[in-house]
Design a protein around this ligand. Structure first.
Ligand code: ADP
Ligand code: MG
Length: 661
């Protein structure tokens, strides 16, 4: 996993997650609280409406009863009535009673005398004289002599006496209803009536009888429709009545504007057992959701009581729940929609913001990764002027500084490496020199011992051979051999002398002398020798060369050895340049001998100062090693610069003497 994807994967995810949490938790709480509030508000509104609707319905019902009572009270004062009761003059009674009944929209209108016997029945004039003193309304008026009105259950027999039509209107076959109270009753025969009565007095306040009237509520929809009109304004919702009103006789719907599935008024169905228990049995009011016929209604049921305060039926108002539920659903949908939109918007914003934060960081992480593996050219792009941009700028600055530091460090490392190299080379050279010196010292001791031992016998051989040669006549055939002995012995002596020179460990007898002078002396010595005939000698001696403290003989020997080597290297002729100069920085005097000979191959150069190392058939290999030893003892230096084909430069260096200048 790259740093980039890691950052992308975690930092961004974490940012978005925290944003989402910060957004979603309040959104969730708001939604829950909002939904609860809307629900409570919506249902609360509906509930308080249904309560007031029930009150209105009860009011209308009560006022209908009052109107009935007033109607009867007013008509009870008619002369036709008390005259019929007091004088028996009933000529006008029949038409008058019928007129009143029809005008007031009453189903029954009956005149009863003071003993409770029927004087005239408007609905059934043929039947009269029967005793109605047991009728609750009649009984109440007889007892109180005041008008009364109430809801009353009227038995089938009583209805039939009024009219067959009335009995038929009341009777209904019960429709089996789920949740209703179990019953064996199949048919309702009694009727529920708004019933009232008023006392009939003579003008001198003599009680004569009772005018009794009633309206059968069964299948009479005037009252329920009036209540619906007044209370619910006959509103419809998707073809459904928003408000419904029902009058129950006991638990049976006898008058209603609730429609059944067939579209007809749902009379003869029954109320649920739960409602019946509360309202009919306990005389209370029931409120709540109720499934009425085919829909849910917010419902309220109030008891209807007769004169004895006995519950004989119920008045119901129901508010179709669907509009409330739908509006609630719409409110919820709207609310949730807005909440969801908010969440989506916030998530978009959060994503963008986190992207804006995470991307530069991811870029920086990637760049940092590259920097870590040594790519200091990395820079991140800055956007805007916020903290992230500031960070990016700081990052870039940091990398730039890192780059500089790295460069400086690399430079130091390089110089350091060079220094180490140089010092190592110096050390190596010194070691080699030391090794050389030790070797020379060892060989020198050996050589000195050997030379000393050989020198005496050699002198003996040479002396005797020379004497013998002198004694022999010039033509003696042994002369050449003897001459060879003398020559070879002389050669041995030269070698031995060289060895002794080389081995001579005596400290130099230092005097102040000029190296220019030494060079000139040696050149004067060799110039006329045969081996220098073809060699051009050129000198460039610094006249202001400071003197040195050195042993004159030893210095002459060194210069002679070098010059002889040069002549031997240029057997067929060439040039020898000798230059002296002062090196003020190191406080030294240098003399260089440059020839135009064949130069020195590398393998030879390595062994140049070794005693007995020679490339010449008759060489001793001691010339340069002696020079080396002498210069070492003078605190000076001898070195050779050469390569094959470019001649050789031998350089001597000695410290400046005390009287410089
Ligand atoms: N100027 C020179 N040019 C070329 N080779 C030289 C020169 N000087 C010295 N050499 C080499 O260094 C060797 C050692 O010199 P040296 O010690 O003087 O011994 P020798 O001269 O007896 O050989 C020589 O044999 C020769 O190969
Ligand atoms: Mg030599």
């Amino acid at each position: 996993m790259t740093v980039k994807s890691l950052i992308r994967g975690s930092l961004r995810a974490r940012l978005i997650l925290s944003f989402a949490t910060a957004i979603l938790v309040p959104a969730l709480i708001t939604t829950i609280v909002g939904v609860q509030t809307i629900k409570k508000h919506g249902y609360g509104q509906a509930q308080s409406k249904i309560n007031s609707d029930l009150e209105s319905a009860k009011e209308i019902y009560a006022s209908t009863l009052d109107r009935l009572k007033d109607t009867l009270r007013i008509h009870a004062t008619r002369m036709v009535l008390y005259r019929a009761l007091s004088t028996g003059d009933r000529a006008e009674l029949g038409p008058e009673m019928e007129r009143i009944r029809a005008e007031e929209g009453l189903d029954i209108l009956t005149l009863v005398d003071a003993r409770g016997a029927v004087v005239f029945r408007a609905a059934n004039p043929a039947l009269a004289g029967d005793d109605l003193s047991g009728d609750p309304t009649v009984q109440a008026v007889l007892a109180r002599r005041n008008p009364v009105a109430s809801t009353e259950v009227v038995p089938e027999g009583v209805l039939r006496r009024e009219s067959e039509a009335l009995a038929r209107q009341a009777a209904m076959d019960l429709t089996p209803t789920p949740h209703a109270r179990p019953t064996d009753q199949k048919r309702l025969t009694a009727g529920l009536m708004l019933k009232g009565g008023a006392p009939v007095f003579t003008p001198n306040r003599q009680f004569m009888g009772v005018l009794c009237g009633g309206i059968l509520l069964n299948r009479n929809y005037t009252l329920v429709d009036k209540v619906r009109t007044v209370v619910f304004k006959d509103a419809y919702y998707h073809g459904l009545e928003t408000g419904t009103v029902t009058i129950f006789q006991d638990d049976v719907r006898v008058s209603t504007n609730v429609k059944g599935p067939d579209g007809a008024r749902a009379v003869a169905t029954r109320v649920s057992e739960e409602v019946a228990a509360e309202v009919l049995d306990r005389g209370g009011t029931w409120r709540g959701r109720a499934f009425v016929v085919s829909d849910w209604y917010l419902s309220a049921y109030a008891p209807l009581k007769d004169l004895d305060e006995k519950t004989v039926g119920m008045l119901y108002v129901g508010l179709l729940e669907k509009p409330y539920r739908d509006s609630l659903a719409r409110s919820l949908a709207l609310f949730l929609g807005i909440a969801a939109l908010g969440v989506v918007l916030l998530i978009i914003v959060a994503t963008r913001v986190s992207h804006r934060i995470a991307r530069p960081i991811a870029e920086m992480a990637l760049a940092a990764d590259e920097v870590a593996v040594g790519d200091y050219s990395q820079r991140v792009v800055m956007r805007g002027t916020d903290e992230i941009a500031h960070l990016a700028e700081a990052f870039n600055r940091m990398v730039a500084e890192l780059q500089d530091t790295h460069h400086a460090l690399t430079g130091w490392t390089e110089t350091l490496e060079q220094r180490v190299e140089r010092r190592t080379a110096e050390l190596k050279a010194m070691q080699a020199q030391l090794f050389q010196s030790e070797k020379l010292a060892a060989v020198g001791k050996l050589a000195a011992g050997v030379a000393h031992e050989i020198n005496n016998p050699l002198t003996g051989i040479l002396t005797n051979a020379s004497l013998m040669l002198e004694d022999l006549p010039p033509d003696d055939p042994r002369r050449p051999d003897l001459q060879t002995i003398v020559d070879e012995t002389l050669r041995c002596r030269t070698i031995v002398k060289g060895l002794l020179d080389f081995a001579r460990q005596t400290q130099p007898q230092k005097t102040t002398l000029s190296l220019n002078k030494v060079v000139e002396d040696v050149l004067a010595l060799v110039r006329n020798q045969a081996s220098f005939r073809n060699i051009a000698l050129r000198t460039a001696l610094d006249p202001s060369l400071p003197p040195v403290m050195a042993d004159q003989d030893q210095m002459r020997q060194v210069v002679l050895n070098i010059v002889l080597n040069a002549s031997e290297a240029m057997a067929k002729g060439g040039e020898l340049h000798i230059a002296s100069l002062r090196d003020p920085q190191r406080g030294r005097v240098e003399v260089s001998f440059r020839d135009t000979g064949p130069g020195i191959p590398d393998d030879v150069k390595a062994r140049l100062f070794e005693p007995f190392f020679t490339t010449k058939a008759t060489g001793t290999g001691l010339g340069l090693s002696i020079a080396y030893g002498i210069l070492e003892r003078h605190g000076g230096e001898i070195r050779a610069d050469s390569s094959t084909g470019h001649g050789t430069i031998i350089t001597l260096a000695l410290p400046e003497g005390p009287h410089g200048g």
